[in-house]
Design a protein around this ligand. Structure first.
Ligand code: SF4
Length: 426
């Protein structure tokens, strides 16, 4: 088999990394509720916010609700600001009503937002107070999804970091367990679990779990692999509990997934023959499925605006596995150690921009005339109107894209807008 585990790239020193500050065009961290409520099936997200927050959550997520929703907004605005005591009473009343009506809720997140009335409320004290009142049936935690503190995917990080102190301690000197960190679609989790089992790693847990009553154990014998690149606070919280981070490229594409699995195999001293036996069939299937997309995408020029923090591993996949040309990789925040393996695999000379000055970036994008622009929803329309082809980065967070069986779906997400544009101009 050719190419197994051979990822070519440059030392990170060969990259051109710069930072930009200015106006930003990104969603706030409340957005994470849209995928987190689907993942943790007995959790409820109560946004403590304004009518704007309610509107964002309802319009972005409302279409996806088929059963009784598991998120809502407690509106705290000027009308309610007779005093902080009133706001706290109002919050307690909303929570009490909610929990009486919904006994299925086992984990309640109070999610903070931007309005000054909400910032003045001490949500961590409210969570403690309400946890005391409703324990042991319901655990109440809090985190911020405010647009002042968080961008788009940082809401997931804040949510998972807030839950880490609740993870049960792993008894000392137990065999090591592997924790996969980051919300993933169930089909992706099942596939990863099978691959680890075939490699001989049986004690694998996923965080967040599907039910809050199945929290994974954590302790000094825990090794964790990140499945998403935007989990800096969660990783730090796990390290504070004694867990050890396993560095790896992110599991995007055939090569990325193979390298990610290999990092775990190395920690568990799995021999090469066993590793190949477990991974080779799925790896080869993924390569075959990617091949037609490579023909379509090779040589096309791509520009990333900063949005999801998935930009670096996506760029690595598109350049190394799809042979696309990278013009600029914008990312809201660059976690150098979590992304070190992907950064090392990027082609030399690539321009990487951390942060955002949207006007300057738009100027560079228009001047470069890329074949494909990966950007947030707010920028897509003006860019399309200017004749550029766009891909919404939010889709890359909603769609299962990790692991071998999803590699072709990931490539398809980039090839579809190019096909659409080609039909339009034909
Ligand atoms: S940016 Fe702030 S006010 Fe707007 S929806 Fe997000 S949290 Fe609410």
């Amino acid at each position: 088999m050719s190419g197994l585990g051979t990822l070519n790239g440059a030392a990170p020193g060969a990259l051109r990394i710069s930072a930009e500050r200015g106006q930003r065009e990104v969603f706030c961290g409340l957005t994470g509720i849209i995928w987190l409520h689907r993942k943790i099936q007995d959790a409820f997200f109560l946004v403590v916010g304004s009518r704007t927050c309610a509107h964002l959550i309802q319009s972005a997520a409302g279409v996806m609700i088929f059963a009784e929703p598991r998120f809502a907004t407690a509106i705290i605005d000027e009308r309610d600001l007779a005093g902080l005591a009133d706001a706290n009473e109002e919050l307690d009343r909303v929570v009490t009503q909610l929990l009486a009506r919904r006994p299925d809720i086992k984990l309640l997140f109070l999610v903070g937002s931007c309005p000054s009335e909400v910032i003045k409320l001490d949500l961590s004290r409210a969570a403690l107070r309400l946890s005391g009142r409703f324990s042991p049936g319901v655990r109440v935690l809090n985190y911020s999804g405010s647009g002042i503190e968080t961008t788009f995917t940082q809401g997931e990080d804040a949510c998972l970091a807030s839950l880490v102190p609740s993870l049960p301690a792993r008894p000392p000197r137990e065999a090591a367990n592997l924790l996969i960190v980051g919300a993933l679609a169930d089909v992706v989790e099942d596939q990863m679990r099978r691959l680890f089992e075939d490699m001989g790693i049986a004690d694998v847990e996923f965080y967040p779990p599907r039910r809050s009553t199945d929290l994974p154990t954590v302790g000094p014998d825990t090794r964790f692999l990140l499945a998403q690149p935007f989990l800096a606070d969660t990783a730090r919280a796990l390290e504070e509990r004694g867990a050890t981070f396993v560095p790896a490229p992110f599991p995007l594409g055939a090569e990325g997934t193979l390298a990610w699995l290999r990092a775990a195999a190395a920690h568990w001293n799995i021999d090469e023959a066993a590793f190949r036996r477990a991974t080779q069939p799925a790896y080869e299937r993924a390569q075959r499925a990617l091949s037609p997309y490579r023909d379509r995408l090779a040589g096309k020029r791509v520009f990333f605006f900063p949005d999801s923090q998935l930009e670096v591993p996506l760029a690595r996949f598109l350049a190394n596995e799809m042979r696309m040309e990278l013009i600029e990789i914008g990312t809201p925040y660059l976690h150098r150690s979590h992304l070190a393996a992907d950064l090392a695999l990027l082609p030399p000379g690539v321009s990487l921009v951390e942060g955002q000055h949207v006007e300057n970036q738009l100027d560079r994008c228009y001047a470069a005339k890329p074949d494909l622009v990966v950007c947030g929803l707010g920028l897509a329309n003006p860019l399309e109107a200017a004749g550029l082809t766009t891909k919404w980065s939010i889709e890359l967070v909603f769609t299962p894209i990790q692991c071998f069986n999803q590699a072709a779906d990931l490539a398809e997400l980039f090839s579809r807008p190019l096909l659409r544009r080609a039909r339009l101009v034909a």
